[in-house]
Design a protein around this ligand. Structure first.
Ligand code: MN
Length: 447
């Protein structure tokens, strides 16, 4: 496990990361008029009338401080000027394997108190009149004894705003997550070429990353043929299709709680589909080069439409100039999602619409409701860039019935429908200089 390994490159970077978090917390607490920051890791939730818990997902606010994804009922307590305290719950439980005693590169940054139950944890949090001066960020849940999260807006907003800027520690974790995911993608391509089922491709991916299903940052999308046109295709079929025309795989990995989010598309050699993959890949690399400080991410999204519309025109799929395709909404039929999002502790990281550190909202452009990031980029922001072109029956039907039907080569569209679609997605860091493509770098290193 990454967090246990003293030799991980993360170890040397972690103390400065915690210092940055302390400074951000100082500012956020001052803005909200609070004196203590309390972050519960979260608690297990159970299915209705059952004793089976849902998969545990740690509070991302907690995970920002600690690479601990599976320690429910624990708390991080921070008071400006003091060493942060970790109340670490290691229950006496012979039904399950409790969390290991606290150790690893992170442990020495905290005053650690080990407790045996959630109720006991509460005894080590600020009490009495101090309770009212606590900003408690977490999901309110009656099962979590101790304090009720109040989630004060000014505190949350400042922390969310700041999360756009990654620390050196976070960047290294994101690189490690990318390296891990790329190992999976290489195995997945090999399984596709060998004619494996969606389920078997997914299994090859897990095997190569060393992840279990529940370790993944999101449920992988593994679609053969027409399934590539289902944006969040959620099944992994065990049966084999009659032919392996195409694979669209959108799959990530984590390291120290940070996420990679990568998509690749493969074909069977069909000339038009291969040209489509090459076209989308070219667009993707042009957009990655735009990831620079000061660039409005909405402009990357709109340029993505223009560039993809150019691919549709150049391949003779749509006979319309790119600007008209954008204005009439034709490009949105083939590219019906946003070009990307912030990436970090959460695969769709927070703060994408914020106008400033004390809130406000920047709306996506009219007609583009699915764009999740509308801010201008800053140095050390990490985003995904994920253009795609799809042949989605539900969206094609109104185009075929509408005023622009004649601009479309329907024979080509019908041919490509059997391949589903293409998406290519990398994780990119904005720097003062040229952008760092974490995904392509990991790919180059893996070969
Ligand atoms: Mn993504």
């Amino acid at each position: 496990m990454t967090a246990d390994n003293p030799h991980t490159p993360l170890a040397a970077l972690y103390p400065a990361h915690v210092q940055t978090l302390c400074a951000r917390a100082d500012e956020a607490l001052a803005a909200g008029g609070f004196e203590h920051l309390l972050l519960p890791s979260g608690t297990l939730r159970y299915q209705f009338l059952d004793d089976r818990p849902y998969p545990f997902a740690a509070n991302p606010q907690f995970k920002a401080w600690l690479p601990l994804e599976q320690v429910p009922d624990s708390w991080l307590a921070y008071t400006p000027g003091r060493r942060p305290r970790l109340v670490y719950c290691q229950p006496d439980d012979y039904w399950h394997l409790p969390p290991a005693p606290p150790h690893g590169y992170w442990a020495e940054q905290f005053e650690i108190i080990v407790v045996r139950s959630a109720a006991q944890a509460a005894e080590h949090l600020p009490t009495g009149s101090a309770t009212a001066r606590c900003a408690i960020l977490g999901e309110p849940d009656w099962r979590l004894p101790g304090r009720v999260p109040n989630n004060p807006t000014p505190v949350l907003e400042r922390l969310h705003w700041a999360r756009a800027v990654k620390t050196a520690y976070e960047l290294e974790a994101l690189r490690m997550a990318n390296a891990r995911a790329v190992r999976g993608h290489l195995a997945a391509e090999e399984a596709f070429r060998a004619g494996a089922s969606e389920r078997a491709i997914h299994d090859a991916y897990l095997q190569a990353t060393g992840h279990n299903d529940l370790d993944l940052p999101y449920d992988s999308i593994v679609g053969l043929n027409e399934h590539g046109a289902v944006l969040h295709y959620q099944y992994k079929r065990r049966d084999l299709p009659a032919a392996h025309r195409s694979l669209l795989i959108d799959a990530g990995a984590t390291a120290a709680g940070y996420c990679a989010d990568i998509t690749r598309s493969y074909g069977d050699g069909d000339e038009l589909f291969q040209a489509l993959i090459a076209g989308v890949d070219g667009v993707e690399q042009a957009l990655c080069a735009m990831v620079r400080p000061g660039v409005d991410y909405r402009d990357i999204h709109l340029d993505c439409h223009r560039l993809l519309a150019g691919v549709l025109r150049d391949l003779g799929i749509v006979r319309m100039d790119p600007e008209s395709q954008l204005e009439t909404g034709v490009s949105s039929v083939f590219f019906p999602h946003g070009v990307g999002h912030y990436l970090g502790l959460q695969v769709h990281d927070v703060g994408g619409f914020m106008a400033g550190p004390d809130g406000g909202r920047i709306e996506p452009p009219d007609g583009h409701p699915f764009l999740r990031l509308t801010r201008s980029l800053v140095e050390e922001a990490v985003v995904t860039i994920e253009p795609g072109l799809y042949f989605i029956p539900m969206l094609l039907a109104p185009l075929r019935a509408g005023p622009h039907a004649d601009a479309v080569d329907w024979a080509k569209v019908e041919h490509l429908q059997a391949f589903g679609g293409v998406r290519i997605e990398d994780n990119v860091r904005a720097t003062a200089d040229r952008p760092e493509n974490l995904t392509r770098d990991a790919w180059a290193a893996a070969r």
